[in-house]
Write a protein that binds this ligand. Structure first.
Ligand code: 2HG
Ligand code: ZN
Length: 465
């Protein structure tokens, strides 16, 4: 048996026997399990050598100790809804799925906090909190499947980020296991706290590369009194961008100010029709919350701003209509796969005043290249999901589409933006981060990774080129 081959069988023996024995009933090396834990929503996939489902902090510590002693890479995973390959393993690694650590451990109504395990589903937490008239704002489009642990690892955003911020703004403290098996507790239980470096903020958004998160203390808010949902229909793409700028410049901060271009609207209507008008070039989805009198006034003002920009306003009449609109919004991502099989989805952010020029540049890029580009996203934040659509079977088309990514990033950075607003770097963006981050900062980040994980066993190969 050759050297490499010998090493592989030795490794597989170790996984099948020693690792499986470590946590009986909580580890699998069966091919059907490996396939199920080898992908995320980026479209990248590769089966790991084993999957573990820890039930407790102690299980995670055991896994990390085993991984450290045997130099086995560990890939933490929530629900696999990430869009940049952050939880995609390789053959040498173990996926640690946090899905069975899924308890809401305590809701503290008076201090407005909730303590959860990482495998709690975002939408489930939202519903639990509603029973206490509490509100957890971060609402990624995958909220009905994604886990809070994954949200923390990626610092997930969502439509409501415009008014309420992103996951990081709600994480008060964490319990986590370091790659050497030691357990840390970061942050505070209080509304404020400035003792030492802010490890909570460092771990939030670290894409599973620094520690495995085992408990999360979140800040929550009182539930808003009332919500109004509006749709503004535009026949002209740039006018919709101008309306976004005008609404915010007027001083109104809606809780969502979402945007979908005509292609995105038509894709949703073909895939899961909810009755959106398809003869438009853009729709804004605007939601206001708070004091009923105040938000009604704001809704009137938004109507007149949109009319000024040739937009037509429709108001959702009841909860059912509201839910339908949001279903349509959350269906955009899957619907786009019906246009072309490959969806190269970028997640750029530009200063919000630059949205009209970014949209114009993207349209020109699409026309010049002949490659379909569909845009939607969180316009109020300047966060546009730029989806470059292609067919992998059509090699020239796919290569051309991939080539546009760099151009999109260049245009974004020229306008003072960033190449990722909410999906992170993972595998898909790591070759581009040098366009945004200087060698000095990159070196500092790599040193931080090395302090936490000197053996490079926790989610190796992610973020850095
Ligand atoms: C959304 O806002 C998600 O729907 C997914 O961030 C974005 O598919 C995408 O490009
Ligand atoms: Zn998004």
């Amino acid at each position: 048996m050759g050297g490499a081959q010998g090493w592989v069988s030795c490794f597989l023996f170790l996984m099948k026997n020693k690792f499986a024995d470590l946590l009986p009933g909580r580890v699998s090396t069966e091919p059907e399990d490996l396939v199920c834990y080898g992908f995320d929503a980026s479209g990248l996939e590769a089966a790991p050598s084993a999957v573990a489902w820890p039930h407790s902090l102690e299980d995670v510590v055991e896994i990390m100790n085993f991984a450290r002693s045997n130099r086995i890479p560990v890939i933490p995973r929530g629900a696999g809804t990430g869009m940049t390959g952050g939880s995609v393993p390789d053959r040498s690694s173990v996926v640690v799925s946090m899905e069975r650590m899924n308890r809401v451990l305590g809701i503290d109504r008076d201090n407005m906090t909730v303590l959860v395990e990482p495998g709690v589903i975002n939408g489930h937490l939202q519903r639990e909190l509603e029973r206490f008239r509490l509100f957890y704002p971060p609402d990624p489009a995958s909220m009905n499947f994604c886990t809070i642990g994954g949200n923390v690892a990626e610092n997930a955003g969502g439509p409501r980020a415009l008014k309420y911020g992103v996951t990081r703004d709600y994480v008060l403290g964490l319990e986590a296991v370091l790659p050497d098996g030691s357990v840390i507790k970061t942050g505070v239980k209080t509304a404020k706290g400035v003792v030492g470096y802010d490890l909570t903020r460092l771990l939030t958004g670290s894409e599973g590369t620094l520690a495995v998160i085992t408990k999360i203390l979140l800040r929550v808010l009182p539930m808003p009194e009332e919500v109004i949902t509006l749709m503004a229909l535009f026949k002209d793409l740039e006018q919709s961008g101008n309306a976004v700028t005008a609404i915010l410049a007027y001083g109104i901060i809606p809780r969502t100010l979402e945007f979908m271009d005509g292609e995105a609207v038509r894709a949703v209507e073909n895939f899961s029709p909810v009755g959106l008008p398809t003869d438009v070039e853009a729709i804004l989805l605007i939601e206001l919350d708070g004091d009923p009198v105040v938000i009604r006034k704001e809704a009137e003002r938004i109507s007149s701003i949109c009319s000024h920009h040739q937009g037509e306003i429709i108001m959702a009449e009841d909860e059912e209509a509201r839910q339908k609109i949001w279903e349509a919004r959350r269906a955009i991502s899957p619907a786009l796969y019906h246009l072309k099989p490959a969806k190269i989805n970028e997640d750029i952010v530009v200063p919000r005043t630059k949205i009209p020029s970014m949209l114009k540049k993207l349209r020109e890029l699409s026309e010049e290249s002949g490659i379909m580009i569909v845009c939607f996203g969180h316009a109020g934040d300047g966060n546009i999901h730029v989806n470059i659509m292609a067919d992998k079977e059509n090699k020239p088309e796919y290569e051309k589409a991939l080539g546009l990514v760099k151009e999109v990033f260049r245009m974004t950075l020229d306008l003072g933006g960033t190449i990722s607003g909410e999906h992170g770097v993972g595998l898909t963006k790591k070759d581009y981060i040098g366009m945004e981050i200087s060698p000095v900062e990159m070196d500092l980040m790599k040193k931080i990774k090395n302090v936490f994980d000197p053996l490079n066993i926790l989610n190796p190969g992610k973020i850095f080129p």
